[in-house]
Design a protein around this ligand. Structure first.
Ligand SMILES: C[S@@+](CC[C@H](N)C(=O)[O-])C[C@H]1O[C@@H](n2cnc3c(N)ncnc32)[C@H](O)[C@@H]1O
Length: 354
């Protein structure tokens, strides 16, 4: 008989699935980030990605004045975003070329950090004194206002689209890490709670053609998700289920239920409620999967500009150990923890309904 109370705990070695993290090298500080943003907005970086160019040819077919172009090119050179080749043409450095491959991810991180930077600049003392105080003044809730995801109106859809675009750009790459380290081949029905645009479920369904996925989220988010996945190859095997997953009845008999980057947003009591709901919806022996950022270890991870959205809420993230009593309380057994050393640590926790 296996010991169902034993907890397996391991650290995973990451491979190509974490290649997207090469962008972090270019998100270290404010000026570097603004120079990249400027380079992308003006199309200069896209141009250099296609073909090397001299300063004068760049000047002739752009809206820059000579000093503006010089400022941008020299700043980007200083940070090794662009380099000069033997023909005195500018081109992307090999390192930035790699990062530019993930440009939607890079753009999402820039947009997110720039949106939250004023919070730290204007409320530094609140940030250091108390989370509650800081939260009151933070713009995060201006961006992620879940109340505006409850009723489908054109204004709410437009508002919600902005943050769903950001979470989708991040999940597009984070999902690959989860897929590389979890086997879904035994699953016929899975449910992703707080599944957003369905990007995570879409990727799982794409890799595992035997399964059908239900994405549970708030009504406006579900509408945006239907649109996001409608033209994909797996649209027939994905359904969106609008619900408040804290209290509404959810579809049952699931082989696996996932929470990706959801539970850490919530205080313990709500988190326990989500887990109880998942327990109820799993079939016997069904599996729970939690995949999210872990508490940040500031002794190992210096906070950079690109890490701002995470760092500002560093008090909220949990260690995997904090989930163990909650899971056991619900009745989950066979708990496993995998630690994934991404930019900040992530964890993947699995557990079985006994
Ligand atoms: C931080 S986002 C994570 C989204 C997605 N799992 C990802 O990793 O990209 C949290 C998600 O939970 C959804 N959500 C929040 N409260 C919810 C509730 N009570 N019931 C269902 N979904 C909820 C939000 O709309 C949002 O899509």
């Amino acid at each position: 008989m296996p010991d169902t109370h034993a907890i397996s705990d391991s650290t995973v070695t990451l491979g190509a699935e974490a290649d997207y993290e090469c962008v972090d090298l270019f998100l270290r500080d404010f000026i570097l980030v603004q120079a990249i943003k400027g380079g992308m907005e003006t199309g200069l970086l896209q141009k250099l990605n296609r073909t090397p160019a001299t300063c004068s040819s760049l000047l002739s077919d752009s809206g820059f004045d000579a000093k503006g172009l010089e400022f941008l090119l020299l700043t980007l050179s200083h940070y090794n975003v662009v380099v000069k080749n033997r023909a005195e043409q500018y081109e992307l450095s090999p390192e930035f070329s790699k990062a530019f491959y993930f440009k939607e991810y890079l753009q999402a991180k820039i947009e997110f950090s720039n949106f939250l930077a004023p919070d730290l600049m204007q409320n530094t003392t609140d940030f250091l004194h108390s989370e509650a105080q800081f939260m009151q003044s933070s713009r995060l809730f201006e961006l992620f206002d879940y109340h505006r995801a409850l009723k489908v109106t054109p204004e709410n859809v437009q508002f919600t689209r902005r943050w769903v675009r950001l979470t989708t750009a991040l999940t597009r790459h984070e999902a690959g890490v989860c897929l590389a380290h979890h086997d879904f081949s035994e699953c016929l029905r899975i449910m992703d709670i707080g599944g957003n645009s369905g990007e995570f479920a879409r990727q799982i369904a794409e890799q595992y053609p035997q399964l059908f996925a239900t994405v549970v989220d708030l009504p406006v988010v579900c509408d945006i998700g239907r649109e996001h996945t409608a033209k994909t190859a797996v649209a027939q095997r994905l359904e969106f289920y609008s619900a408040n997953a804290l209290q509404d009845p959810l579809p049952g008999q699931q082989c696996l239920i996932s929470f990706k980057s959801v539970l850490h947003d919530w205080p313990t009591e709500a988190c326990e409620r989500f887990l109880q709901q998942a327990y109820k919806s799993l079939k016997n022996t069904g599996e729970l999967l939690i995949f999210e950022r872990s508490a940040i270890d500031l002794t190992q991870t210096p906070v950079t500009f690109g890490l701002l959205p995470t760092a500002l809420f560093y008090r909220s993230y949990r260690t995997p150990e904090e989930y163990i009593p909650m899971l056991q309380q619900c009745g989950f057994r066979q708990i496993t923890i995998k630690r994934l050393p991404l930019e900040t640590g992530f964890h993947m926790i699995t557990a079985r309904k006994s």
